[in-house]
Design a protein around this ligand. Structure first.
Ligand code: ZN
Length: 381
């Protein structure tokens, strides 16, 4: 599905949920050392949602894409999760030379105050929105958040705002992650007092984080006032997530954008594993049980082919990858593999699948696609 369709679905899903289940009443917003009760009415929530998601989805999509580009342009200034955690754990607004040295050695970066960027400017406001004010762009970590722990995996919570549109922006970001299966990424900012000269007294350190509290967007009545769960990620993960969103925005592509397969799965089901272990047999049994066919010219059902005549084909061939070595770490990835009969596989040789074969592989699924959708039943086969 295209980005536009996802964004279109968000409003429908949220409005339906609110209309059916939201009950007027007091919500207790957690604050440092206390709670702040706020009375919230269903019609306020719907009005606020209407302002945040305009009926013109094209404009909404443009604003979203602008925000992605803006976040991406800050990635070059981001620190590693490890360095950011060290900075967080200083629990002090003052930065001395020794702390700075440690953080820099761990892959941290400090950026001096810059009044032309809201990211590198000292402001009180905790949550930063994009220019359209519709989307989350960054959050400022300040010690004294009602829960300001950052665990070893880089996970932390961010406190909820006290106004309805602020709360809804949290839930909208979660909803975007949910409908697109791509996590929402934002920037986390910390600032320190650090004297460079009379005008430059502050430095900033930033890192990307992804939102993990995705399911909260399913029940607005229960979750409207909840915090965000976040996890720090490294630059390359942030960049690949942002690129996934941007490729969903490519109107010329009719190909589904696949969410990245978790590393552990791609290792577990890589070519060498499926080719030589019980995992391959599981996949073959599963393909037979579910009526899958060879995408090659024969188009026979696997149930009619003996296991020894079924093979794992490479979309980009092994020899091609050996010739262009930058592909070598991807050649055996489950997304480069599909199930085929031996005959069709060897007739393909080192050539790339033609349009017909490619379309069949896409519609029948790569091994990666099967793992995304049917992992449990494959494991049981
Ligand atoms: Zn075949």
């Amino acid at each position: 599905m295209k980005l536009r369709d996802h964004l279109d679905n968000i409003k429908t899903q949220l409005v339906n949920d609110i209309e059916v289940s939201f009950i007027d009443g007091v919500r207790k917003i957690p604050r440092p050392n206390s709670v702040n009760p706020i009375n919230i009415k269903k019609n306020q929530v719907l009005d606020s949602l209407d302002r945040l998601i305009p009926s013109n989805i094209d404009n909404y999509q443009n604003d979203f894409v602008q925000n992605l580009h803006s976040i991406r342009s800050y990635l070059s200034f981001c620190s590693s999760p490890k360095a950011f955690r060290t900075a967080w754990d200083l629990r002090s607004l003052e930065l001395n030379g020794q702390d700075a040295e440690t953080i820099l050695n761990q892959g941290g970066q400090f950026i001096p105050f810059n009044k032309d960027s809201r990211i590198f400017k000292y402001e009180q406001q905790g949550v930063l929105y994009d220019e359209s004010k519709r989307f989350l762009k960054a959050i400022r970590h300040v010690e004294g958040n009602y829960d300001d722990k950052l665990d070893d995996l880089g996970k932390f919570t961010y406190q909820p705002p006290e106004n309805i549109s602020g709360m809804l922006r949290y839930r909208i970001a979660e909803k975007i992650s949910q409908v697109s299966s791509i996590p929402y990424v934002l920037l986390v900012i910390m600032w320190f007092k650090y004297r460079i000269n009379n005008n430059l007294n502050h430095v900033f350190t930033i890192a990307p984080a992804k939102i993990t509290s995705i399911r909260q967007s399913n029940n607005i009545d229960k979750h409207i006032h909840k915090h965000l769960d976040l996890q720090l990620i490294n630059r390359s993960e942030a960049s690949s997530i942002l690129n996934l969103f941007l490729s969903l925005n490519e109107t010329s592509l009719e190909i589904d954008v696949r969410r990245e397969l978790p590393d552990s799965l791609s290792r577990e089901w890589s070519y060498d594993k499926v080719n030589s272990s019980n995992k391959g047999k599981q996949l073959k049994r599963w393909s037979k049980n579910t009526g899958k066919k060879c995408p090659g010219e024969c188009n026979r059902e696997f149930i009619d082919i003996s296991n020894s005549d079924i093979a794992f084909g490479h979309i980009v061939s092994q020899n091609w990858c050996k010739s262009f070595t930058y592909l070598l770490d991807k050649v055996n990835h489950p997304d480069n593999l599909y199930l085929t009969c031996k005959k069709c596989n060897s007739s393909l040789g080192d050539k790339f699948p033609d349009v017909t074969l490619r379309n069949k592989i896409i519609s029948y699924g790569t091994i990666g696609d099967w793992l995304r959708k049917n992992l449990t039943s494959i494991r049981k086969s």
